[in-house]
Every structure is written in C-alpha cells, then in structure tokens.
Design a protein. Structure first.
Length: 478
C-alpha cells in the first residue's frame, strides 16, 4: 500500500470512532486515478463503508477549534477549545528549550472572532491550509508539523488539477490558457463564475497572508528568513482552492448555516470515491451531528459516514462510486476537472445562438419574450428541446402574440406551432452540428500532436456529447 495512504490510515485510527470496511481497498487506475474497490466478500444496502470522526474533518468548525488552541481570546460556545484544555495544549507544544518557537501563537492570536466569522468557508479553509501546509513548514524547516499533514499529503498535485478551466484563467503561468477559446458557452460561464469567486476570496485573505509572510523573520528572530513571493503565495492559494473545491462534500456548518457556499466539509479517505452519473443507486453520505466527542471535547460538526446504496457490490475489484450530483460534463470539467464519456445529464446551452437568430433586426421579438419571461436560458438535452426554445421560435416565426401567449398559458398545444417552427429549428440544429464538428476537428488535430492530451480530450468529449444530442433530435424530428 502507498506510504502516504498508510500514514493517513494510521492517523485516522488514532480516533476510536474511525471505521473502514475490511473488504475495501484503494486501487490506482490509468483512466480514473485512485478509487475504492471491493477486495473480497460483498457490500450490501446500508452497510457502512467508511466512517470518519468529526475531529478528523477539515471545515469551518474544526479550523476555529484548532486556531483557538493558539488564540486565548477566541471563544465560541460549542466550537472552540475548552480553555483548560487549551492551556494544556499550549504547554505541550513547548517553546524555548522545549522545542522550536511555534509561529502560530503569534499569527493566530491576531485573528479576532469578528474577522474569522466574517470569512466564508472557502476563505477560512484556504487561509488555514496555506499557513499549516506551506508557511509553517517552510518557516521552521519542517520542525513544526501540522496536525493535518497526513490528510494534506494525499491531496492532488498541481499537475493532477491542471484540467480545471478556471485554473487556466486565473494562473498567469498556465500552459492551457489558449484552450479557453475552445470552451463551449456553458463551460466558459462556469469558468467565469468560479474565477470571480477565486479572486474575491483571494482579495479577502491576501492582505493577512502577505503581512504574515513579511513578518516571519521577526516572529522567529531570524534574519534573511525564507519567504514566498506574492506570486508564489497566490499560486499556492490557487492550488489549495481547487483542492478544496474538487474534494469538499456538502454538510451543514452551524455557524455558516445561512451561507450556502460555506456549508461543506473535507473528509479524509471519502474523497477517494469517484463519481458516477447514476443517481440514487451507489453509495450515499450520512452526517450524524450528535457524534462530535473526542477525548471529552466536542469537535467539529459530527461523524461523516458513507453507506452502500441500492446497488449490491459483490464482484472482486469492482469500484464503489458516489454520485456527486446530476451534473453535465460542462459542470464536471469546471468543478472537478474531469468528464464522463456517456453522461445522461449532458445538455447544450444555445442561448447565444437563439438570441443571435431572434435579434436579427427584430427587437419586437425580444420585447415580447422578455415581457413574458421567455428571453434567454435556451437549452437542449437528449430527451427534449426546452419549452423556452419552442416558445421563443413560435413567436419569432409567427408573430402571433395572442396565440403564443395562450400557448405559454397552456391553452394551446405546441402541436399548433410545431409545423411552423420545424424548418427554422432544423436549420438551427444543423448549423450547430456544423459549427461543433468544425471545432471538434480543430481540437482533434491539436490533440494528435499535443504532448499532454488530457485537457484537449476533455473538451473533445464535451463537443462529441453535444453533437450526439443534436444529431439525435435531427434524426427524430417529425
């Protein structure tokens, strides 16, 4: 077994409430990387596969708990450390003759309760990991090691995250920046949204990070101390950010309950479970909020378990899966950096194409559709061409305001408009197939000579999925 995985398991086993099914193991696959497979016997519905103690999860609560070990003024009932335990912890860390000076006493004591609670989960977790994973080891020449090191060690490398489009956009040194122009509209919109969040979160914590990086020498009394450049710090933050984004699991965080994007936890070993497009069939998560106790202290948000769903696993080396959600390839690529060859949740966002068609000197069409809330958001999946497209094209072709309004209100069937809009719809779909095929040919040509084909191949897979959907509708259109 991999040395890092052995170290992770040894760390997890220090908690009595940790459990891992005896008949699973980690397997490395060229196609999907690390995954969890069945080693012997079987796993059936509701069997516990993995159960991770509250104290071994990385989230807003556990981070506040660990920061409070170094910050006597940080007191949040039910979240931070008991002060008597904190004093014992401080003495056990040691200073002076008992060991190296721990910079965290100086750094974390500067963080007020108000400042910390105003951070989002992404901001706090990113800041904390930056300090614990990179700054402290560098400053102390690895003499002070984070409690979380075994967890950090099994996280993906920068190389393994290279296929996420927002990294191409945010990292000035990305070798894949030229691929952005080939991204479909949906993937590009995801990239833009995520990139905006990245920059906002970096703006929220960078001042503190830069200040701490500069003051390192004075904390430890060392001249010419090794520090990171600002560009290096941003690069590390970016890596942390997408490690978090691609590995976090939904869980309610009580102190951030009203911030939807902050409700997540990072769970060791569980993040080896790969995604399946099949919903409500494979493994499922379970959070027990009553199980927080660790050595007579409540830590975190509760025990996080993965149980077996409806599927019976009884084939040796069969991979166990967790459905991340009903997501298209555009979403999967943007959030996690991978795609699925046959993804039933794929769809096309053709809003720009429909709008370009409609807006061809016919502003009254936009006025009518906007008035009735049918302007934009035009999508197609394998099963259907969205109702919004049918409405938009019906008015575009007929300009029959009264009948189209009755259509939107359910008084007229789409069968009335179907013969009228079919030629325009077929022309639109045929044009899209031609456009996507041209782009696909360009990408495949680039892939033939590319050293690193992964990022190109992911985009190729998306376009192939698009063409399959469009061809399906063209072949089945009356």
């Amino acid at each position: 077994m991999d040395v890092k995985i052995c170290a992770l398991l040894a760390w997890l086993k220090k908690s009595d409430s940790f459990y891992i099914a005896p008949n699973i193991k980690i397997n490395d696959s060229p196609e999907s990387g690390r995954g969890i497979v069945l080693s012997h016997h079987s796993i059936k519905k509701n069997d516990i596969i993995i159960s991770i103690p509250s104290s071994k999860q990385l989230n807003f609560h556990t981070i506040l708990y660990h920061i409070s070990k170094f910050n006597n003024d940080l007191n949040i009932s039910g979240v931070t450390i008991d002060r008597d335990l904190a004093d014992q912890e401080k003495n056990s860390v040691g200073v002076g003759s008992r060991g190296p000076i721990d910079p965290r006493f100086e750094l974390y004591s500067q963080l007020s309760k108000e400042y910390l609670l105003n951070l989002s989960s992404f901001q706090l977790v990113s800041l904390y990991i930056l300090v614990e994973r990179y700054l402290i080891p560098k400053w102390t020449h690895n003499r002070i090691i984070s409690y979380w090191k075994p967890f950090f060690e099994i996280w993906p490398t920068k190389e393994e995250l290279r296929s996420i489009p927002a990294i191409w956009n945010c990292d000035p040194n990305s070798q894949n920046r030229s691929l952005i122009e080939y991204l479909p509209m949906a993937a590009r919109n995801h990239m833009t949204r995520i990139s905006k969040l990245v920059r906002e979160d970096w703006d929220a914590i960078s001042e503190v990070v830069f200040e701490w990086n500069e003051m390192y020498g004075s904390i430890l009394g060392v001249e010419n101390a090794p520090i990171y450049t600002n560009d290096e710090l941003f690069s590390l933050f970016l890596h942390n950010y997408f490690t978090i984004n691609s590995r976090c699991l939904y869980a309610e965080i009580p102190v951030k309950r009203n911030d939807r994007l902050s409700n997540f936890t990072m769970v060791p070993y569980v993040d080896f479970l790969n995604h399946t497009c099949e919903v409500d069939l494979h493994c499922y998560p379970q959070l027990d909020t009553l199980l927080k106790s660790e050595a007579n202290e409540n830590i975190g948000i509760g025990q996080f378990s993965i149980r077996c769903g409806e599927r019976l696993y009884n084939n040796i080396n069969e991979e166990l899966f967790l459905n991340y959600g009903a997501h298209s390839n555009d979403f999967l690529l943007s959030e996690y950096g991978f795609v699925v060859n046959e993804n039933e949740w794929n769809y096309l966002d053709i809003s720009n194409d429909v709008i370009e068609l409609i807006n061809d000197d016919k502003m009254e069409v936009q006025t009518f559709l906007s008035k009735h809330d049918y302007w934009g958001d035009y999508t197609i999946n394998k099963n259907e061409i969205s109702y919004r497209i049918i409405v938009a094209l019906s008015y575009y072709v007929t300009r029959d305001e009264r009948r189209v309004q009755k259509f939107t209100e359910g008084y007229i069937s789409e069968d009335y408009f179907k013969p009228k809009i079919t030629p325009v719809l077929q022309m639109l779909l045929t044009s899209l197939v031609a456009t996507y095929t041209k782009t696909l040919n360009q990408l495949e040509k680039k892939a033939n000579t590319a050293e690193d084909k992964l990022c190109l191949q992911n985009i190729i897979t998306i376009y192939k999925g698009y063409i399959r959907i469009l061809t399906h509708h063209l072949n089945n259109h009356d």
